[in-house]
Design a protein around this ligand. Structure first.
Ligand code: B1M
Length: 212
């Protein structure tokens, strides 16, 4: 078993301290932070998702896995989001109303910051009103929304409608993402962009503000 497989296994067991150790070790083996993230941490979390769906494990195990994921991200964060990059634009980011999943959203934040965006992170369970207030306050170039539940992705459309009613829609680009979200859904609700993963979200954000 290689170290990435060990990371995936430790994540599934919720072994946060071991994850910290294994991620550091993988870095000393010259593995890139992206490889450790994709083939170690996210790989383990995907297996957790399948086991949860098939009722092989329950919420406490998923929470432990999430905690272990954050232990790994704590080590990778400074490497993924290189600090000191010149700011190229502003993003208001949040997980939509009713939704408490924040691991993917936090990855998007890291990647955006690494690319040079200033990110105003509204957290989880963010209502349309909160998004609108943040847009008024921070005047961002982009509003970015994450949703992990089929029952909450509908609130993305509510935010876009509220931006329209508040006469703010033309002032911002809207990027959406999260496991149940698709390009088709983005087209349907009038978002400017669907990004399948955090790294692509950062590239798309740059493209949308025409930064080259
Ligand atoms: Co939840 N959960 N969960 N959960 N959970 C899912 C999403 C689920 C698919 C599990 C399953 O059944 N297989 C299922 C949703 C089913 C559905 O609606 N289709 C589910 C459910 C049902 C629930 C509860 C309802 C369970 C319950 O209470 N009975 C409950 C809901 C709570 C709520 O939100 N109101 C719940 C709770 C939880 C925990 C709190 C225990 C925990 C979250 C902890 C946390 O986030 N702090 C949790 C977890 C961890 C998961 C799974 C296992 C993993 C999610 C994750 O973090 N993945 C998940 C199964 C799965 O997705 N395989 C599941 C890793 C992360 C890196 O991926 O977030 O997809 P992801 O982000 C990706 C892309 O989607 C993308 O970039 C990332 C990769 O680079 N992305 C964006 C995300 N946001 C983006 C935004 C962008 C662009 C890209 O632009 C703005």
């Amino acid at each position: 078993m290689n170290n990435l497989e060990r990371i995936s296994e430790a994540l599934q067991k919720g072994e946060a301290e071991k994850i910290t150790e294994l991620v550091r070790l993988a870095l000393t083996e010259q593995r890139s932070p992206e490889e450790i993230l994709d083939n170690g941490l996210i790989e383990g979390m995907n297996i957790i998702g399948v086991k949860f769906k098939e009722h092989e494990i329950f919420l406490p195990e998923v929470l432990m896995a999430a905690r272990a994921m954050y232990a790994g991200l704590d080590v990778l964060n400074p490497l993924l989001a290189q600090t000191g990059v010149k700011k190229i634009g502003k993003v208001v980011l949040g997980t939509v109303k009713g939704d408490l999943h924040d691991i993917g959203k936090n990855l998007v934040k890291m990647m955006l910051e690494g690319t040079g965006f200033e990110v105003f992170d509204l957290g989880v369970d963010v209502s349309a009103d909160k998004f609108i207030a943040a847009v008024r306050e921070h005047q961002p170039d982009i509003v970015a929304m994450s949703a992990l539940l089929t029952t909450t992705m509908v609130f993305m459309s509510e935010v876009i409608n509220s931006l329209q009613s508040a006469d703010l829609r033309k002032k911002v680009k809207v990027i959406i993402g999260g496991a149940p979200v698709t390009q088709h859904y983005a087209d349907q609700i009038g978002a400017d962009c669907y990004s399948p993963d955090a790294a692509t979200a950062a590239e798309d954000a740059k493209r949308l503000i025409k930064y080259s």
